[in-house]
Each structure stands twice: as structure tokens, then as C-alpha cells.
Design a protein around this ligand. Structure first.
Ligand code: SAM
Length: 368
């Protein structure tokens, strides 16, 4: 039997007979009976995951056969499959996700692709740190942020305001904090702040007040109980304008529960550090809180002089570390949105890492 390398941040285990823990091993294969079990458990129910901006992402990543690519948000593996096809048998795909459901999908995909594979289950911030500690160098690293269709469509996980389910929203079901604790325990001020900052919810204060008022008599434990509290807190016209009234609150809770912005703030610099010269970092975001962070991070990498504007000449000597491949965010076309309405808010940005100054001068020194 051969091996698929599976890890959790902090732990390492292998699926199969052997496991070395080094990336770049030749495509470890899974026993046929294990693959069949994976398909039975996770395959059929969530068929049809549609990767967003897939052609645009794979084009920008500029994947060459034999390269090393890190997918920080594996999900259903839609993007990863396309990347793996381009990497070919000499390449390596390292996939990260904090959701055990994604790990099951990875096992099924690993059966079908020819490149070397490795899966790390954990937050991408911690997982990228692990790869940095190993001094991994990647040709491309990408993020497809937010939740997967598999997560939204698994009703009992409580990501959706459309179905009755326990308030949960954890991407990693083993983490202690869930939406239930946030709604039950955060004080009114903290709750209101989170709804305003993470959901950009105009009626944050009123909704937080209503949640606290209701939970004094009866705990709010399900998605539809929360939707009811939101509906009664906001003015009637707001219930019928601008999409589902609970959309922003659910977004805020999900971001808070999964520390999504903290992960992004820590993950982007680590991903940049792992890139080889000439490598590409790309991110697809689904709301302005993420997109702003990605845009600012990439723009900062591409910035030259950082002297105050009042200085007549540059004294900082700062050189750009990267060049933007996307001047403006790439957005899906009308056809993609018609096919997959979840793509509507997607924004894709990418930058290429430039040679560091010390590298350039040592090459020039050698040439002279
Ligand atoms: C939008 S889906 C990715 C879909 C994937 N690109 C595809 O084509 O199937 C996002 C995935 O990222 C995972 N995720 C989100 N934030 C994460 C984080 N900080 N660390 C690890 N995984 C994360 C989620 O669990 C989810 O499976």
C-alpha cells in the first residue's frame, strides 16, 4: 500500500503504509478500497462544487509543469484539480484546509491526479508557518477565501440563514468557539461591535440589544431563532431591502468564529515569504473586508519609494518586492454569475514576487 501524506498543524500522520513527512514526494497513491470508502462517505452528497474565477486564477498563477503550488483553502478541490492538471507528474500540490470534510475531498482527488500531494489540516496561517519552518519554496500560492458550498449546503453546520440548524459556523468543528457561544456569551457592546465591523451591519446596535434582551429569557440556539431576533430588531423597510436581512449578521458571526481576518492578516505575509522569485500570490475574496486587506498587502509589496511626499528626493531607497499582475480586481463575467450566483461578489487579485535587491546585485556581480 502507498501513502497519502495528511497532517494537522502540530501533528503529522499518513494514510496508508508509509509516510516521511517531506513535501515533494512522488505522487503517493491511496489503496483502491480506501478511495472507494472516501467516495461513499463524502463524494456523492456534495458533487458539483463550482470553483469561482477558475480559468482566470489558473491563468494568473502561470503554473509550469513540475512546479510547487500551495492551495491555502482547498475546499472541494475545484481549483486544486485544475492546478494539479497543469503541474503534471513532476509537480507538487500542497493543500491546506481546516475542515475535515475538505480532507475527505482531498483524499478522493489525490486518487485521480498524477502530481505529488500533501494535505495539511489546520488554519492556513499556522500551516504556512509550518511550511516556512521547513523552508519550503513555492512557485504559486493562492487563497479562495470564505466558506465552501459544501459548508453552506451542509445544513446542520449552521452557516445558512435559510435553514433551521444549531448555531455553529465552525470551519473546524473541533475548535471550541462556535456561533452559539458568541450569541450566548458576548456582551452587548462586543456583539454590536462585531456586527458593525465584520458585517458592516447598519442596525448592529439594535440587533445586539435584541439578542441580549431575548437571551435573558430563552437561549438563542438555532439559526432561525437568530433570524427572528434580527427581523424584530430592524425597521420594517430594512427587512425587504438589500438582500436577506440576516446576511450581514451571519457573515459577521462566521468571520468572528473562524477568526477569518486574523488568519488573512497573518497568512498573506507568510505566503509571500514562501514564494520563490518570480512566483505568484493570488487571492479571491468575497467581501470588502477581505478584498481591502488583499489589495493593500499586494500594493505595499509593489510600492517603491516610501518617503513622505514632502521630501524632494528619495532617501528611503526602498525598492518594490513585487509587481501587480492585476491593476484592478478581476471579477466574474455575467455568464459565470448566471451559472453560479455565489460568484457574484468575487474579486481576484495577484502579484508576482520580484528578485530581491541582494539577489540582483549578486547576479550582476557574477556577470561582471
Ligand atoms: C471558498 S472555499 C474554497 C473552494 C475551493 N477553492 C474549491 O475550488 O473547491 C474556502 C475553503 O477554505 C477553508 N478555509 C477558510 N479559511 C481558512 C483558514 N483560515 N485556514 C484553512 N482553511 C480555511 C474553508 O474551510 C473552505 O473549505
Amino acid at each position: 500500500m502507498s501513502t497519502i501524506l495528511l497532517e494537522m498543524t502540530g501533528k503529522r500522520r499518513s494514510h496508508g503504509a508509509h509516510g516521511s513527512g517531506r513535501q515533494g514526494r512522488r505522487a503517493p497513491r491511496q489503496a483502491p478500497e480506501a478511495a472507494a470508502a472516501v467516495r461513499r462517505r463524502g463524494g456523492s452528497r456534495h458533487e458539483g462544487h463550482v470553483p469561482v474565477l477558475a480559468a482566470e486564477l489558473t491563468r494568473l498563477l502561470d503554473i509550469q509543469p513540475g512546479g510547487t503550488v500551495v492551495d491555502c483553502t482547498f475546499g472541494g478541490g475545484g481549483h486544486a484539480r485544475m492546478v494539479a492538471e497543469r503541474l503534471g507528474p513532476g509537480g507538487t500540490l500542497i493543500a491546506i484546509d481546516r475542515d475535515p470534510l475538505a480532507e475527505r475531498r482531498f483524499l478522493a482527488l489525490a486518487e485521480e491526479i498524477s502530481c505529488g500531494v500533501r494535505f495539511i489540516r489546520g488554519g492556513y496561517a499556522e500551516s504556512l508557518q509550518l511550511l516556512a519552518d521547513e523552508r519550503l519554496q513555492a512557485d504559486a500560492i493562492y487563497f479562495d477565501l470564505g466558506m465552501s458550498s459544501m459548508q453552506v449546503d451542509t445544513r446542520e453546520r449552521g452557516f445558512s440563514y435559510s435553514y433551521e440548524a444549531p448555531l455553529d459556523m465552525r470551519m473546524d468543528p473541533s475548535q471550541p468557539l462556535s456561533a452559539r457561544e458568541v450569541v450566548a456569551e458576548w456582551d452587548q457592546r462586543r456583539l454590536g461591535g462585531a456586527l458593525r465591523e465584520l458585517g458592516e451591519e447598519r442596525h448592529a446596535a439594535a440587533i445586539a440589544r435584541e439578542i441580549v434582551r431575548r437571551r435573558e429569557t430563552e437561549p438563542i440556539e438555532t439559526t432561525l431563532q437568530l433570524v427572528d431576533a434580527i427581523n424584530s430588531a430592524i425597521p420594517a423597510p430594512a427587512r425587504f431591502a438589500g438582500g436577506h436581512p440576516a446576511k450581514r449578521v451571519f457573515q459577521a458571526l462566521r468571520i468572528a468564529v473562524n477568526d477569518e481576518l486574523g488568519q488573512l492578516e497573518r497568512g498573506l505575509p507568510l505566503a509571500w515569504r514562501l514564494l520563490r522569485t518570480g512566483g505568484v500570490l493570488a487571492a479571491i475574496s468575497f467581501h470588502s473586508l477581505e478584498d481591502r486587506r488583499v489589495k493593500r498587502f499586494l500594493a505595499d509589496r509593489a510600492r517603491g519609494c516610501v518617503c513622505p511626499p514632502q521630501l524632494p528626493v528619495c532617501v528611503c531607497g526602498h525598492e518594490p518586492e513585487g509587481s501587480l499582475i492585476t491593476r484592478r480586481a478581476v471579477v466574474p463575467g455575467a455568464e459565470e454569475v448566471a451559472r453560479n450566483p455565489r460568484a457574484a461578489s468575487a474579486r481576484l487579485r495577484a502579484a508576482r514576487k520580484l528578485a530581491e535587491i541582494s539577489e540582483v546585485s549578486s547576479v550582476m556581480g557574477r556577470a561582471a
